[in-house]
Design a protein around this ligand. Structure first.
Ligand code: ZN
Length: 155
């Protein structure tokens, strides 16, 4: 039997190959915080612009900064047997599980925290839960159908 560290790197290689060969490419919108408008001034009482008609920030003063990151994942539907295995409450048959590389964790957490919606096979989905595998070789990202209209579509 291989030592754990070697086994782990072999699992990572196997999973990486599987994701590369069978995965779907997503464009993930990353929220990089906000920047202050340089044209108008901040109304500290309302935390918005003193000029509600500012043409640069639209009156909000804070301009969201976003960037796009391409990640690849293997999409599967949640079925009955999977529901028993995941031990995650709140999932339903028809929700999605996407297996992605562990190195994409920060982008997925960002999407979860900012409720970024994805278009998966025509349905709008948001990330519900992110669970790393035991050896932290990959992530299972669970997604639920959402009413939110999405900002990013799978290519
Ligand atoms: Zn402004």
């Amino acid at each position: 039997m291989l030592p754990l560290k070697k086994q782990r790197s072999r699992i990572i290689t196997d999973e990486q190959n599987a994701i590369t060969n069978y995965g779907t490419t997503f464009v993930l919108l990353n929220h990089d915080g906000v920047t202050a408008c340089t044209v108008c001034h901040l109304d500290t009482t309302y935390n918005s612009s003193t000029d509600p008609l500012c043409s640069t920030c639209g009156g909000s003063y804070w301009i969201p900064a976003v960037s796009c990151h391409t990640i690849t994942g293997i999409i599967s539907h949640i079925d009955g047997s999977e529901l028993d295995l995941t031990k995650i409450g709140g999932l339903e048959i028809g929700d999605y599980k996407v297996k992605i590389m562990y190195t994409d964790l920060a982008y997925c957490e960002n999407a979860l925290n900012n409720r970024v919606a994805f278009n998966v096979d025509g349905s709008s989905m948001t990330i519900y839960k992110i669970t790393p595998t035991v050896l932290k070789t990959s992530l299972n990202v669970f997604m639920k159908k959402s009413d939110k209209q999405d900002e990013v579509a799978i290519r």
